[in-house]
Write a protein that binds this ligand. Structure first.
Ligand code: ATP
Ligand code: MG
Length: 589
């Protein structure tokens, strides 16, 4: 089965896209112009993310626009305007200042998606300390590991999370001076050694003047997903907002009036770059859903809130696919204009499913914690080649390269179709400025003016980039180099397959054989017949050299908290090797 190009005929868009002519936008783009889309701090005092995301809209008379529509777990809804969010974040900044926290110190969060989290992120940025969000589902160990690498001074959490996850490790965190808790429901008492955040914010002033902020001042610390190993702490600066803003405009097609929903948790970089900063910089209304994934709740939210732009991830798309297209069709989405996905390769099957279920194809885009913002994207105006990540953002030079480590030289591979490492020319504003406490590793990511991403890719004759696999995951089998993505995508085309994880399993003759772990869609049971049927399908699609030799049916695939398949764990378990860092592993239900 081949997936045909999805054509975007001019004049057939629901609304004219922000980027209507890719080549022209690329040719005329400059980061200086992008910077001029922003206001800068009043009085020429620099560039601060929180000012661009919130305060400037208030200064321009847009304070009454809803910034955040918060849907709580119990079915309640609260709309928070830009003016209100500006006030709440100023209160948080004042709380930090009153405690004597210094700019540059680290403020961590370990809390679900509640309004105080958003106030804390933006308040920390106003105060010019550094924000580091953690997944609230992390256990004590991952929390300890990250807070100690990050030298946390302040933590925002809840009483229950504090008791379960922080109290047992607090003694090991000498730098942690202040723990704020957000009380849930009617809960009265707060744990000893903590402060009541709402009370502190209520007592603080709601006006705060942001101090001079250099674009190079540290703003955010983000731990990578931990898919390939121990998570790294990537440092980002205030200048990143230039990229957050322009990528939201071009790659997500955001504009004022949009109702936008990013399903990512702020514990993952997508949830801050595109779940807070970028959409607010565009002045849109964001949906924030406190609840976890639930297929019918999600469809209902898309319909009920007239969501116009939706940004989600392959793991969620696969779960929706598993729930069946019929469920999606029970609702309608007349307002929905643009749907995008990030985090893992989006199988062509997923792109096509969007058209069937939502009436719109899904636009894959690629970036990393380290890049801080979207680098390669399927833009609204551009034809989609299902399975491709799209083309580089205006202002981004991407190439397939060969890296000679000995000499520190990089050779660009010009021939279309050649596989090699994906690299980006350094110098875009949201590029990470370091791995905290690991300068050597940071230095190793760069050579000859390129940032080396660690992902393998190829580019076709029209400049579309195709993901092959992470360098660590690529399988060498009988002289072939096999990217797990291609094999997984072919397996996903089989009607019974819900999810696929593919690894190389060492074998004396071939070097490695391809092995697949599959979960099945409801209504299918593992059986020898089904295994043979799937193997037959894979052989026809991929040929015998690339098709898996072995297939195991499993109930769940191990995933990171951000929903990525942990192939290294599949492999370690298959070979009875040590599991390595599992701090990011999502416990299966
Ligand atoms: P770690 O660096 O700790 O191993 P991670 O790389 O998964 O974890 P992230 O920064 O969250 O951490 O993810 C970036 C990576 O996710 C990319 O390098 C790439 O491998 C993968 N990725 C993201 N988007 C896409 C996409 N659209 N297509 C293919 N792969 C993607
Ligand atoms: Mg990575």
């Amino acid at each position: 089965m081949t997936f045909e190009t999805i054509r975007k005929e001019p004049g057939t868009f629901p609304a004219p896209p922000n980027l209507d002519d890719y080549e022209a936008a690329r040719a005329s783009f400059s980061w200086d112009d992008a910077r001029r889309r922003l206001d800068g701090l009043p009085g020429g005092k620099g560039l601060n993310i929180a000012h661009e995301a919130v305060s400037r809209h208030v200064a321009r008379g847009q304070g009454d626009v809803v910034a955040l529509r918060y849907l709580d777990k119990r079915g309640g809804q609260r709309d928070i305007s830009y003016a209100e969010l500006d006030g709440l974040s100023s209160r948080f900044a004042n709380v930090l200042a009153d405690l004597g926290v210094e700019p540059g110190e680290r403020v961590f969060s370990l809390i679900g998606r509640v309004p105080e989290l958003y106030a804390a992120v933006l308040g920390t940025l106003k105060h010019r300390s550094v924000f580091c969000p953690l997944f609230s589902a992390f256990g004590p160990e991952p929390v300890q590991q990250r807070m100690s690498i990050g030298d946390a001074t302040v933590l925002v959490t809840t009483p229950a999370l504090y008791r379960r996850k922080v109290l047992p490790i607090r003694d090991s965190l000498p730098s942690l001076r202040h723990v704020f808790v957000v009380r849930e429901g009617e809960e009265a008492a707060i744990p000893d050694g903590t402060l009541d955040l709402r009370a502190a914010m209520n007592a603080a002033s709601e006006s705060y003047e942001i101090g001079p902020t250099s674009p190079e001042d540290r703003a955010l610390l983000h731990f990578t997903s931990g898919t390939t190993g121990k998570p790294k702490g990537a440092v980002h600066v205030h200048e990143a907002v230039v990229a957050h803003d322009v990528t939201g405009y071009y790659a997500l097609d955001l504009r004022p009036g949009d109702i936008y929903w990013c399903t990512a948790d702020p514990g993952w970089v997508t949830g801050t770059s595109y779940g807070i900063i970028s959409p607010l910089a565009q002045g849109v209304t964001m949906i924030v859903d406190e609840a976890e994934f639930d297929a019918s709740r999600w469809y209902q939210a898309l319909q009920q809130h007239d969501v116009t732009v939706w940004y989600t991830a392959p793991t969620a798309i696969r779960m929706l696919m598993k729930a069946g297209t019929e469920m999606a069709r029970q609702y309608s989405y007349p307002s929905l204009r643009f749907v995008a996905s990030v985090g893992e390769p989006l199988n062509p099957e997923g792109v096509a499913w969007g058209q069937e279920a939502l009436g719109l194809p899904i636009h894959d885009n690629w970036w990393q914690t380290e890049t801080g913002g979207i680098m390669i994207a399927n833009f609204a105006s551009m034809d989609i080649r299902p399975g491709s990540m799209g083309r580089p953002m205006p202002g981004i030079e991407a190439a397939i390269v060969e890296h000679d480590k000995e000499r520190g030289e990089v050779r660009v591979i010009d021939e279309p179709g050649q596989e090699g490492q994906l690299a980006l020319r350094t110098g875009w504003p949201s590029m990470f400025r370091g791995y905290l406490h690991d300068e050597e590793r940071y230095a190793q990511c760069f050579a000859d003016g390129w940032y080396l991403t660690g992902d393998l890719s190829r580019v076709d004759e029209d400049g579309y980039f195709w993901f092959v696999g992470r360098a660590d995951d690529v399988i060498k089998s009988a002289g072939h180099l096999i990217g797990p993505f291609e094999v997984e995508s072919a397996l996903m085309e089989h009607a019974a397959v819900a999810e696929a994880g593919v690894i190389g399993k060492p074998e004396p003759t071939a070097g490695s054989i391809v092995k697949a772990f599959l979960t099945l869609k409801p209504g299918y049971e593992p059986s020898e017949d089904l295994r043979l049927d799937i193997l037959g399908h894979a052989r026809r699609r991929l040929g015998p050299a690339v098709a898996p030799r072995e297939i195991d049916f499993v109930d769940d695939l191990p995933k990171t908290r951000s929903g990525k398949v942990l192939r290294r764990l599949l492999k370690a378990r298959e070979l009875s090797l040590p599991e390595g860092d599992t701090s990011t592993l999502e416990e299966s239900s």
